[in-house]
Design a protein around this ligand. Structure first.
Ligand SMILES: Nc1ncnc2c1ncn2[C@@H]1O[C@H](COP(=O)(O)OP(=O)(O)O)[C@@H](O)[C@H]1O
Ligand SMILES: N[C@@H](CC(=O)OP(=O)(O)O)C(=O)O
Length: 243
């Protein structure tokens, strides 16, 4: 099985989702099971992005309502991509909430995962070769409220499932060719790093724009989850992280 994670930029519009669909189709030709983790569409200013949604309510500390609101971004993405895949004749379904199996504490805005139940995911793979899950979210153990896993948390969702489902690889489709020597949006002279260690990946991640969420990179390093960070737009090799 393979996991593919598509972030806000990849999900942002119909044209880029057409590229996503091509990558999913390719993965389905090569793997029996494909788990697709999606983020909310676009960035601040685009209708359904996490920041646009959070801008709807007064700035307060993270709370039941702010997590419920921001979790909607990924739920919208999952529903839209599922509908588009089905329209293209691809057998797929969405699992979310309790069915996605990620159980957290009540630390709204930056919840810790305390349990995972992949039974429904595994049994759903008997009927659907491709499953879509909204990233960045879980369900709290006590109250069953939606919780979120910290900004950039869809990366964590993908890596977390990667470990628990023993995925061959977790792929991240980005608006850059892979991990570069530094952020290409602020540095002109950068080079692609084709292979790197988990330690090197963690060292290169820097604020404000993290190529992969730090928490996700740390988890991947701990459990040696194989990562492949690559371009949404080009069929090049990108960056492999597996040692
Ligand atoms: N070392 C790096 N190599 C490549 N991109 C980097 C690096 N550091 C920061 N970035 C930034 O990380 C961003 C992450 O890509 P993006 O497609 O926005 O991810 P997401 O999956 O979160 O939507 C890139 O646009 C790039 O500007
Ligand atoms: N949408 C959430 C989670 C996330 O991981 O997003 P992205 O994959 O676009 O960085 C956020 O903006 O924090």
């Amino acid at each position: 099985m393979i996991i593919q994670k598509y972030g806000g930029i990849a999900m942002q519009d119909y044209e880029s989702r057409k590229l996503i669909i091509k990558h999913i189709q390719k993965a389905m030709r090569n793997h029996e099971q494909v788990l697709v983790v999606v983020s909310a569409m676009g960035r601040r200013g685009q209708h359904y992005s996490t920041d646009t949604l959070l801008d709807l309510i007064p700035t307060t500390l993270s709370s039941v309502e702010s997590d419920l609101l921001s979790a909607c971004g990924e739920l919208i993405s999952a529903s839209v991509l599922c509908a588009e895949l089905k329209k293209g004749g691809i057998s797929t379904t969405v699992l979310y909430g309790k069915n996605a199996g990620i159980i957290t504490n009540e630390a709204y805005g930056n919840a810790n995962i305390i349990d995972v139940n992949t039974n429904i995911l595994n049994s759903t793979f008997n009927d659907f070769p491709c499953i879509i899950v909204p990233g960045f979210q879980g369900i709290s153990e006590k109250t069953h409220n939606f919780t979120t896993l910290g900004r950039g948390g869809s990366d964590f969702t993908a890596v977390f499932y990667g470990h628990h489902l023993k995925a061959e690889v977790v792929e991240f489709y980005k608006n850059v060719p892979g991990v570069m020597t530094s952020d290409p949006s602020t540095n002109k002279t950068v080079e692609l790093i084709p292979i790197m260690s988990y330690e090197e990946l963690q060292t290169i991640i820097s604020a404000p724009v993290e190529i992969i969420q730090k928490r996700a990179a740390k988890f991947a390093a701990l459990y040696k989850v194989p990562l492949h960070i690559r371009s949404l737009y080009e069929d090049e090799d990108g960056t492999f992280v597996f040692h």
